[in-house]
Design a protein around this ligand. Structure first.
Ligand code: CTP
Ligand code: ZN
Length: 155
């Protein structure tokens, strides 16, 4: 059975919205956190976890009805799910398909772990990080975040 047939048995197609596909197995919950979706959401969301995939072995898939993602959200997803593809669905068809690309800078979504940083101390300053090969660096206080980026998602 092909990846596509197999997958479609598990999570049904959507009419309009966004499918984030080819997320490395285990990272669907990080993607949900980046998108601000938790158990209190009223959005229509389907999640496939550890779905068999030809390319990745196992993959996670997140489908959100009636929503397109911001560039900031896509940029942070690229740091956690570098193989992800973002499919825009309109009237049941794939209207656009893009692989995520690692950006030079991410703004918003992640928060700086330094509580004295201007981006976290109550000032209306959005977070901003330079993207390095092995993590991110706060543009305001230079704090490095190398591991567990998902623990720094601003929710
Ligand atoms: N999809 C969906 N609802 C639709 C159309 C597509 O949920 N109305 C999902 C598919 O299940 C798949 C993703 O969007 O997870 C991309 O669809 P498609 O390009 O048709 O699948 P593939 O060819 O398998 O994609 P790729 O080449 O990126 O692996
Ligand atoms: Zn900082």
């Amino acid at each position: 059975m092909s990846e596509r047939d197999d997958h479609e048995l598990r999570v049904s197609k959507i009419q309009d919205g966004t499918v984030i596909d080819h997320i490395a197995g285990g990272h669907a919950s990080d993607v949900l956190a980046i998108l601000g979706i938790d158990s209190g959401t009223d959005e229509v969301v389907s999640v496939g976890m550890n779905v068999p995939s030809n390319r990745l072995g196992h993959k996670d898939v997140v489908k959100i009805e009636g929503r397109e993602l911001s560039q900031n959200e896509v940029d942070v997803i690229s740091l956690i799910a570098p193989a992800a593809s973002i499919n825009i669905i309109r009237e049941y068809g794939v209207a656009e398909k893009n692989r995520v690309e690692r950006p030079d800078v991410v703004e918003g979504v992640l928060s700086c772990p330094n509580h004295d940083c201007i981006s976290t101390d109550g000032e209306p300053v959005a977070s901003r990080f330079a993207v390095l090969d092995d993590g991110v660096r706060c543009a305001y206080c230079e704090t490095l975040v190398r591991e567990d980026l998902a623990d720094h998602i601003d929710v």
